[in-house]
Ligand binder design. Structure first.
Ligand SMILES: *Cc1c(COP(=O)(O)O)cnc(C)c1O
Length: 446
């Protein structure tokens, strides 16, 4: 983008100046419409989410067999929803926010197998591909068959002939890599420069081939796609365009309905639900949002949070250019301590689906990630990784920024905030090694 083009874009869309200056931004989505109006135009439906949920249920016996730690949950990979009132008080005190109602943490940070939200989409896509192959080759005779057959030596020998590849900043690679290796596939994970060493080491210990690149996530995806396209026995997990990943994430919403009921938390016009999700390329937060909107419609309000140096989704949605623009185009580095969010160009597919659904987005400076991490650890004794801590900026800004205060007023929500519930989507953390946790706890940025 030339200087002139950037100037023109800033004039047309003042938000771009804030993003280009790497200043914290608060954006309310002007394109959001009532859910009933939005739903008809969406490329996916609730039936697609139900289908994904049913597929995960079919695989539960197989998952239990491969990962005994999932036995207690009957082979379902699900996380708990935990009330964190002490964190709410701390945020109000330290950050001067005025959060009322309940504050909850959705602990995808502690999902089995992959320790991040990627255990939803990533594992689902590997299983879907496995089912397709098994039906094609006759290992399974139909979807009513016994799925534990997939763990037989004969099945494993068949899967060994196939390769799975993926580009990742770290956590998607962990999820795809660990699950694919468990099924028996050859796995190649193409890691961007942001990926942490411990994630590469962990993958290699599972027999996964890790390719490392000096470049960012988009380049790792490109290399992975090319390498996979060159091999007819290889399947590429396309984080930027995959509907399978998206639907795997969306299943989270169905599970959340039961968890809210269990806690007697109503969601209706008088009891609004606010959800804050860290966003990278968009698949995880987009899929979860799609599911939530299907189930709670206009009573759920979802905000994404991105790093000031990598606000790719906000840039794409805010300018309407979607994946036709990157954060590098407006002079940002794309470099951030939030490795899970270090993405320069958003998914165009997700951005378009989010246009009529998403309430808004905010950006956060890296230094705050560590402060929020310590807030949660000190008040609730729960550790989540820096990327996941971005969620907290969403709830803090909600009651502070003129834009979001306006959103509450314009949507008739202000008088219901005492009855509101806020969910921080904690997207990762349980696999972070002890010595790295220590390092994070002592990290103080300017
Ligand atoms: C991947 C990831 C996200 C965001 O998911 P995207 O699909 O890339 O938008 C958020 N937090 C963590 C910890 C992640 O690993």
């Amino acid at each position: 983008m030339t200087e002139q083009e950037l100037k023109a874009l800033e004039t047309a869309c003042p938000l771009v100046s804030t993003l280009a200056a790497a200043e914290e931004a608060v954006w309310v989505n002007p394109e959001r419409v009532p859910f009933a109006q939005a739903n008809g135009g969406l490329p996916l439906t609730m039936a697609d989410v139900d289908d994904a949920e049913a597929r995960l249920a079919r695989f539960a016996p197989f998952i239990m067999q491969c990962f005994p730690e999932t036995k207690a949950a009957g082979g379902l990979i699900e996380s708990s929803l935990t009330e964190v009132p002490r964190l709410r008080d701390r945020l109000n005190q330290r950050c001067g926010s005025a959060i009322t109602g309940r504050l909850l943490l959705k602990q995808d940070s502690h999902l089995a197998i992959a320790g991040s939200v990627k255990a939803r989409g990533g594992i689902y896509e590997v299983l879907k591909h496995t089912e397709d192959l098994a039906l094609e080759t006759g290992i399974l005779t139909g979807t009513e068959d016994d799925y534990t057959k997939l763990a037989s030596p004969q099945a494993r020998e068949m899967f060994r002939r196939y390769t799975i590849q993926v580009g990742s900043t770290g956590n998607l690679g962990l999820s795809i890599g660990i699950m694919s290796a468990a099924v028996g596939y050859q796995v190649i994970v193409h890691m961007s420069a942001d990926a942490k060493q411990w994630k590469k080491d962990l993958l290699r210990s599972h027999g996964v081939t890790v390719m490392e690149y000096e470049s960012d996530y988009s380049e790792a995806v490109k290399q992975g796609r090319a390498s996979s396209d060159a091999n007819p026995m290889s399947y590429f997990v396309d984080d930027e365009n995959s509907t399978a990943l998206f639907l795997g994430y969306a299943v989270a919403a169905k599970r959340l309905v039961g968890q809210l009921k269990e806690k007697n938390i109503p969601v209706d016009a008088q009891h609004p639900l606010f959800v804050y999700i860290p966003c990278g390329v968009g698949g995880a937060p987009g899929g979860v949002t799609f599911g939530l909107k299907q189930l709670f419609g206009d009573h759920v309000h979802v905000f994404f949070v991105e790093p000031t140096q990598a606000p790719c989704m906000l840039l794409g949605m805010g300018t309407g250019k979607q994946n036709q623009i990157s954060v590098q185009d407006i002079g940002l580095t794309g470099l951030t301590h939030a490795d899970g969010l270090a993405v320069g160009r958003a998914s165009g597919f997700v951005g378009r689906v989010m246009m009529p659904l998403l309430s808004g987005a905010v950006t956060i400076q890296d230094a705050k990630l560590y402060d929020y991490m310590r807030d949660l650890l000190e008040t609730e004794k729960i550790f989540i990784e820096p990327s996941a801590c971005a969620a907290m900026e969403g709830v803090v800004k909600l009651t502070q920024a003129p834009e979001t205060i306006g959103y509450l007023r314009d949507n008739g929500l202000t008088e219901h905030m005492e009855n509101a519930s806020h969910i921080l989507w904690a997207t990762g953390g349980s696999l972070v090694p002890e010595e790295i946790r220590e390092e994070y706890i002592h990290t103080h940025l300017e």
